[in-house]
Write a protein that binds this ligand. Sequence first.
Ligand code: NDP
Length: 450
Amino acid sequence: MPQIDDKLAPIYEQVVRRNAGEPEFHQAVREVLESLGRVVAKRPDYLEDALIERLCEPERQIIFRVPWTDDKGQVQINRGFRVQFSSAMGPYKGGLRFHPSVNVGIIKFLGFEQIFKNALTGLPIGGGKGGSDFDPKGRSDGEVMRFCQSFMTELYRHLGEYTDVPAGDIGVGGREIGYMFGQYKRLTNRYEAGVLTGKGLFYGGSLARTEATGYGNTYFTRAMLQTGGEDFDGKTTVVSGSGNVAIYTIEKVQSYGGKVIACSDSSGYIVDENGLDLDLIKEIKEVRRGRIGEYVRLKGQGYFVKSGEGSIWDVPCQVAMPSATQNELTGKDAAKLVKNGVQAVGEGANMPSTPEAIRTFQQAGVKFGPGKAANAGGVATSALEMQQNASRDRWSFEQTEARLATIMRDIHDSCYETAEEFGAPGDYVIGANIAGFIRVAEPMRAFGVI
Ligand code: NDP
């Protein structure tokens, strides 16, 4: 197991002590600290003024009650969160997640990762994350609207285009962003388009934002493959999830000639050896808001494996792109993928691979792209949306996608080169952590102890 440098170990111990019962947050901090030993060996000045300790402590954490009335007239209570982690690079920026599993530790791990991811984009955005334990599944549009309005009625006072700019994440798509933007506008009496991203195209949204995370991960993974003279063409690919990130990953991989044969949702996974029919998946997930198993009945081919009766990572593939949720790919799954000949893994989700899984991939020489680099295309395009809002401009799809492609290529190269510079060639985890850290550490030093 990789070790934390002696000089950094007390920082990790303090994080664990002060954030009891938040294992995902500990995991995210540990992974970064494991990489930073190489940095402080060269640059001990980064240990001064408790810079790394400050980086591990959110600037502000907001937890609030969200009361709303369901369709039966009953009052429901959820809990809302916003963790404003770091504003060293710009306004806090990061999505909102609505899922019953949400708690403060999950939001903190996501907010912490977001700092480095946002820094890697090279754009002026800080790191934050938020959400609620509200479950939109099975709720009517009216219920979702009333929830979103109540959520924003508290959150709006903490937001602003120069302060904090949320976006979507699991359970928060165009519908939810629309309701929240409407309520923000009503409460503030300001048409402040740059306060939320992932907006609809009719009121300040950016073309290519919906596609950006999945497309971006595909560009990143392709760049990793290309370092070994390979490409997606003809490669069997498995993508977990069937939400926003998964759908647009499948689309882009298919456009490069990759054969995507499996995807999933929380009810299980489907396999279609002929290659997935993406139009049908979009119809099931985006229009009907249905379950992925319906594919087999509607298509008349392939098979469905219920959740708990197998893992999507049992399906042999050359490229794996986990795009559902954290810790969905275990050490055991990774061993299976390696045995089946996987060549590259690009993380569309945040922290989907456990530490054991990452170790297994790296020891086997599999090219591994960590989420904080590989899925940065979403937030990068959100920053492009903010640019368009600030200049009252609107770019074409092609222009926006071209910027996204360049940003993803730059992130890849920066991780690759940083890993080499710090004595870990081919290790994108170390490359991403160090390159992201240095970009945030420099402004933090310039600002003094704040
Ligand atoms: P969506 O809500 O659109 O889709 C999530 C998908 O993952 C659904 O298929 C969902 O299944 C499945 N899923 C979620 N939680 C679980 C779970 N606990 N167990 C099994 N399956 C689960 O979310 P996104 O596609 O936006 O996000 C997916 C991942 O990508 C997340 O980790 C997110 O943080 C990350 N990400 C998203 C970005 C974006 O721009 N949207 C940007 C960067 C990262 P079901 O429908 O059954 O719940």
